[in-house]
Design a protein around this ligand. Structure first.
Ligand SMILES: [Fe+2]
Length: 290
């Protein structure tokens, strides 16, 4: 599977984006009238929010797509489950992609249920050869159905399996190579999981192949009962910004976006945070280019 005829499997980078949230529909459209280029380079759309035909959300999406490149991000693929792949869901995903024309489609390396029960959570996998073979086969089926490479995101986790035979990053590196897929590297999730499980986030990043990283997520988190929880409800903390700088040094010009799902602030507040990401990345990328 090739993307642009070169040996690099990645899609072209898009710059600095935001997760599209209802609160910002009007402001993002207004921005297209006053700022050229717009202050947000691209938008990440939560796929499941737009799978119901018709209505205002799809109307907004169509209008926004005239001005912003879009990517689709889902939570329902359950690529790691032992339940059969949900063909109806994948059909809807493909239909949405046909209308949105996203630059790429992502979901998570996780399972969300088993035996027909949905846990409504993104659960980590045991990092075993057996799981790797299982997930690679399913990624192959999904990519065949969608007709494109997909991105899988590293989840934040609070539990681990005794059965694991390799680290999460070794699993991800092997998965992307064998299944010929790409990674959505969530920098905050690396930090959160590292803190909860006691691994070095830098070792995680060092183990990920550069040519497989298509996108970064940045987000805030909170502390609860001795654990760090990936709540997406706060500003990004300094250690995550430092890890982001390290990631830019290692992976280069990777499309970066901020996720905020709760306590969503005004667009201008998020744009200030996005400009902070730009300010961190610019000198590192300039130095690398020189
Ligand atoms: Fe994320």
């Amino acid at each position: 599977m090739t993307t642009n005829g070169s040996t690099d499997p990645r899609f072209p980078a898009l710059g600095f984006g935001l997760g599209l949230r209802v609160d910002h529909y009007e402001d993002l459209l207004a921005d297209t009238q006053t700022s050229q280029p717009t202050r947000v380079d691209w938008l990440e759309v939560l796929s499941e929010n737009y799978m119901i035909p018709g209505g205002r959300p799809l109307d907004y999406l169509a209008r926004l797509s005239e001005h912003y490149p879009l990517v689709m991000h889902g939570v329902s693929m359950s690529i790691g489950s032992t339940d059969p792949l949900d063909r109806d869901y994948l059909k809807q995903l493909k239909q949405l992609a046909a209308s949105v024309q996203p630059a790429w489609i992502s979901d998570h390396l996780c399972w969300t249920g088993v035996d027909g029960t949905n846990l409504h959570d993104l659960m980590p996998l045991p990092y075993t050869e057996e799981a790797l073979i299982h997930v690679c086969a399913r990624v192959g089926q999904v990519q065949e159905i969608l007709g494109r490479r997909i991105l899988l995101e590293n989840v934040s986790s609070y539990v681990a399996f005794h059965e694991s035979q390799m680290s999460e990053w070794e699993f991800l590196a092997e998965l992307t190579k064998r299944a010929d897929c790409l990674l959505l590297l969530d920098i905050n999730n690396v930090f959160v999981s590292g803190s909860n499980h006691g691994f070095d986030p830098h070792a995680f990043l060092a183990g990920i192949p550069v040519e497989r990283v298509q996108q970064f997520h940045l987000a805030g988190h909170s502390y609860e009962g001795g654990l760090i929880i990936d709540t997406h409800d706060a500003t990004i903390v300094d250690p995550v910004w430092q890890l982001y700088a390290h990631a830019v040094r290692r992976f280069g010009d990777v499309s970066t976006m901020i996720e905020r799902d709760d306590h969503v602030p005004p667009l201008d507040t998020l744009l200030t945070e996005l400009d902070y990401a730009r300010a961190i990345a610019a000198p590192i990328l300039d130095k690398a280019a020189a």
